[in-house]
Design a protein around this ligand. Structure first.
Ligand code: HEM
Length: 172
């Protein structure tokens, strides 16, 4: 039976207790999930202005927030999650961890394959509109709406992971 205060490895061989690893894991979750949700709302509010300078700023800060929040969040989640998994029998052996990791991985793939690419295009198009003092083209809003779609999916998947982590169901 595992208790949250137990030390994961013999005293001295690992600098962090199980409780600390879990705390760091959850800090990563807060950074990762918080940033996904907040940047979505941030862009939605910016879109309502239709102002190129506002949308340029919002797109750029969304990418910066990825660097300062999403990326450290992923590292904290993955590293601490992997170590925590040892006490549950391993990643492959424990179904809720396997499923949780797979959904988390899918969210990461969406982030890399679509979201980052769209964000770069949004910055480029909005930057051009600001420089030429012209309104934003329809293409900007088409990309932004695709970004919302993939961003919503990339948020729902880790939310399911969170439910799996808390409920710890035996799936197979
Ligand atoms: C976005 C992805 C993730 C979210 C939202 C998430 C969320 C959580 C939460 C809320 C807990 C606390 C559960 C509790 O105290 O009962 C937890 C625990 C845990 N997580 Fe994650 N997690 C994620 C990804 C991962 C990954 C990728 C791994 C493994 C590689 C992992 C491994 C674990 C383990 C083993 C625990 C059990 C700790 C315990 O209760 O003793 N997690 N996770």
């Amino acid at each position: 039976m595992i208790t949250s205060c137990e030390v994961i490895m013999p005293e001295g061989s690992l600098p962090l207790s199980y409780t600390w690893l879990k705390l760091l894991h959850l800090l990563g979750v807060v950074l990762f999930m918080g940033n996904l949700i907040v940047t979505g709302v941030w862009m939605l509010l910016a879109e309502r202005t239709k102002d190129p300078a506002t949308l340029y700023f919002a797109s750029k800060t969304t990418s910066l927030a990825d660097l300062f929040f999403t990326l450290p969040g992923i590292v904290l989640i993955l590293f601490n999650g992997m170590v925590l998994s040892i006490r549950w029998g391993g990643i492959i052996q424990t179904s809720w961890i396997t499923a949780g990791l797979a959904l988390f991985g899918m969210s990461g793939l969406i982030w890399m394959a679509f979201l980052l690419r769209y964000q770069r295009r949004l910055i480029r198009i909005a930057g051009q509109a600001v420089r030429t003092k012209s309104p934003l083209p329809d293409e900007f809003f088409r990309i932004l709406h695709r970004w919302y779609f993939w961003g919503t999916l990339a948020t729902i998947l880790p939310l399911i992971t969170m439910a799996l982590m808390v409920l710890k169901p035996k799936l197979w």
